[in-house]
Design a protein around this ligand. Structure first.
Ligand code: NAD
Length: 354
């Protein structure tokens, strides 16, 4: 019987990975630890219970909360303050203590008890100014990337060769510091670890809010007829992201966990890629078609400190290692989120209401 601990296991990604693991694997014990700080994460507890997953109400900032779980074969680190806007104009201590000190506690827990690590890092390790400098042109309903000889940039998107020089928000910095520490634990203690720098992840059970989880937010605000805004870059909704369904992420993790004895360490850009990219304006149209609802979307032209106009993942490196590629398209993701909201409207209304 394998034991898998998922920190942040009541969150969107953590709970989804936990449920999918129980559904697709036999002989596995899944334990989810979470402090339930994310609004709506408590709604995931029933799903965990229904799928035979043990929930531990704990905090990665307290190393004792991890220690009392006992040895595990895998730790999938999904706990975080996941907003790139966190810390601006407020104290950064929760962000730093959770994302960085919490990760150190996870590393120490694994060093002492054994077990391999999957770390969910972020595309936000790449510097904001350098991403803003990408040559973009507004065309039709989105920003298009022009040809460039910038290292790590190609028509496929941003690869691991993109520069790490420059500032990236405290969120991105905590994740990059975490990556460096993981690499040292691998080198010094032989800890096996995979780091996935994820772009936007989406799917049902994401309690989307203005500063994180825009796919669920977009569908929900249409469904509940609540206001939305195009924020930044003139307020025109041209900014582009690629999107990956959490189930596609799960399929990748399954392969990586099987390969760990031959590939004991690696850092990969993971995301939906060019074919799964969308601008906000395009997203609105897709969501309108799915929900059959149209709402007024306001414009806030002001670009916030951490906003970027374009990010698409070049996932060539991880594809070459694993043969993995995304399968679930953006219209399918929207449809699934919509069905989830329809089925759980009463439960979800207070989460998505302004
Ligand atoms: N969702 C995305 O688009 C995305 C993209 C890139 C990377 N990631 C990373 O994936 C991971 C999961 O993100 P998510 O979208 O599921 O976010 P989420 O907010 O839904 O889940 C994070 C969970 O961590 C919990 N948590 C916060 N502080 C904690 C603490 N101190 N101790 C224990 N639990 C704590 C929260 O209650 C929440 O349930 C994060 O590390 C995030 O940085 C997410």
């Amino acid at each position: 019987m394998k034991r898998i601990l998922i920190t942040g296991g009541a969150g969107f990604v953590g709970s989804s990975l936990a449920v999918l693991t129980k559904q697709y694997q036999t002989n596995v014990e899944v334990i989810c630890l979470d402090n339930l700080s994310r609004k709506g994460s408590e709604l995931n507890l029933a799903r965990l219970q229904q799928n035979g997953i043990k929930f531990v109400h704990g905090d990665v900032r307290n190393k004792e909360d991890l220690e009392r779980i006992g040895a595990v074969d895998w730790l999938i680190e999904c706990s975080a303050e996941p907003s790139v806007h966190a810390g601006y104009g407020e104290s950064p201590s929760y962000l730093i203590n959770t994302n960085l000190l919490g990760l150190i506690h996870c590393l120490e827990f694994l060093r002492q008890s054994g077990g391999d690590l999957i770390f969910l890092s972020t595309s936000r390790v790449y510097p904001i100014a350098k991403l803003r400098d990408l040559p973009l042109i507004p065309e039709n309903r989105r920003f298009i990337l022009k040809n460039t000889d910038c290292k790590g940039v190609s028509p496929r998107g941003i690869s691991e060769d993109f520069t790490l020089e420059g500032s990236r928000s405290l969120y991105g910095a905590t994740k990059l510091c975490a990556e460096l520490l993981i690499q040292e634990y691998h080198q010094m203690y032989g800890m096996r670890a995979i780091i996935n720098r994820c772009g936007v992840l989406a799917g049902p059970w994401q309690m989307g809010k203005v500063d994180q989880g825009f796919m669920a937010l977009w569908v929900a605000r249409h469904f509940f007829a609540e206001p939305l805004q195009y924020m930044g870059f003139g307020g025109e909704g041209l900014q582009v992201r690629d999107v990956l369904h959490v189930k596609d992420l799960f399929r990748l993790l399954q392969i990586q966990m099987q390969q760990i004895s031959s590939h004991s360490f690696g850092t990969y850009n993971v995301g939906g890629g060019n074919e799964n990219s969308v601008s906000l304006l395009e997203l609105t149209q897709m969501v309108e078609e799915c929900t059959r609802k149209t709402i007024h979307i306001g414009q806030d032209p002001k670009t916030r400190d951490a906003d970027i106009p374009f990010y698409v993942t070049d996932f060539t490196k991880v594809n070459q290692k694993t043969q993995w590629q995304p399968e679930i398209t953006i219209p399918m993701i929207i449809e699934e989120i919509h069905t989830w909201i329809q089925k759980n409207a009463t439960l979800l209304r207070p989460i998505f209401q302004v």
